[in-house]
Design a protein. Structure first.
Length: 333
């Protein structure tokens, strides 16, 4: 029965009254220039209203060393800038998807899309001016479409590209971040800070509304083509050449391959894996999720390894944007 709980809650999360509308047709209240787009507009799923999944616009933090409620195996997005390092637990991002923050003087949007397991940090400026982002209530290839509150362009969370609006075709600047366990964060950044629960959804903290989602055979609200050479819901570590300067070809490696072969080097990239991180999309309580480990990716062509922008996502998501992507995986029996 738990296998279907994620579907019931996801329908509540991503559907509501919008199922009565014609899916794929954005409607109602937008000031967006929908005549300017760089995608097939029929790929958009219009499911709930804007900001029904509320971004955190006034984040509060405390010293990570003082945190006593977050289990050490739960995943956090970790980001550093100008001597400030912060952890954004998925137990909160699961229910908000976007945190508009300023870290070391840099305006950033910390983002997470549960249906694709994609976490990315972007500089949240347009023409050098800070803007905030919210959730549109729409999806494309099961991935969050964000919008900027200044001009209401719609941005793909997977790669930070504006796909609809006057800035269609422009991209936000992605910033290197970790997806690691809270234990590792505390070990590496003992003076770091951790996000506090937003009061609006504090009671849901630590709960996964998509029980068994990452072991289901088919992604939710997905209309694209599924890969045939790899399980659609297989976790992959992906470095997208469109997001990282100096990388000629996008590279993806499956989680099982990394578990057996890490550290794994391809060209000037080193993929690392270590145990100790619970899947946020497995059991009802995130901390009870199976161990999927910590993945990190570094460039190794400099004097010191340098963290690069990487995603830990599902194979169906990676192939949606990179149809010819080669995914390195264990040999099939």
């Amino acid at each position: 029965m738990h296998r279907f709980l994620w579907l019931i809650v996801a329908v509540f999360f991503y559907s509501g009254t919008a199922l009565a509308q014609e899916l794929g047709r954005p409607t109602g209240g937008w000031e967006t220039d929908v005549s300017n787009f760089v995608i097939d507009m029929s790929e958009i799923r219009n499911v709930i209203g804007p900001d029904q999944i509320p971004a955190i616009d006034d984040p509060k933090f405390q010293p990570a060393a003082d945190e006593t409620t977050i289990p050490g195996n739960e995943p956090v997005v970790a980001f550093s800038n100008n001597g400030v390092t912060r952890a954004y637990p998925l137990r909160y991002l699961m229910w908000h998807e976007i945190v508009n923050d300023t870290v070391g003087g840099l305006p950033v949007a910390v983002t997470f899309c549960p249906l694709c397991n994609t976490s990315l940090v972007f500089e949240r400026t347009l023409d050098g001016e800070p803007v905030t982002f919210g959730t549109t209530g729409m999806l494309r290839f099961s991935n969050l479409l964000m919008y900027d509150r200044k001009e209401q362009n719609w941005w793909q969370q997977y790669n930070g590209e504006a796909v609809v609006g006057i800035r269609a075709g422009e991209k936000l600047r992605p910033l290197p971040s970790f997806l690691i366990s809270f234990d590792i964060f505390l070990e590496r950044f003992p003076d770091g800070e951790v996000l506090l629960a937003d009061p609006s959804r504090a009671r849901s903290a630590g709960i996964n509304p998509y029980v068994n989602y990452d072991s289901t055979p088919f992604p939710f609200l997905f209309d694209g083509k599924l890969p045939e050479d790899v399980e659609p819901m297989m976790r992959v570590a992906l470095v997208d050449a469109n997001l990282v300067e100096g990388i000629e070809d996008s590279i993806a490696v499956t989680l099982p391959y990394l578990e057996q072969n890490a550290p794994f080097t391809v060209g000037n990239l080193e993929f690392r894996w270590s145990a100790g991180q619970a899947s946020a999309l497995d059991q009802r309580r995130i901390t009870d999720g199976r161990d999927v480990g910590n993945i990190e990716v570094y460039r190794t062509d400099g004097d010191e390894p340098e963290l690069v922008v990487y995603l830990v996502t599902f194979a169906f998501s990676a192939r949606s944007y990179l149809p010819d992507l080669e995914i390195i995986q264990l040999a099939q029996n």
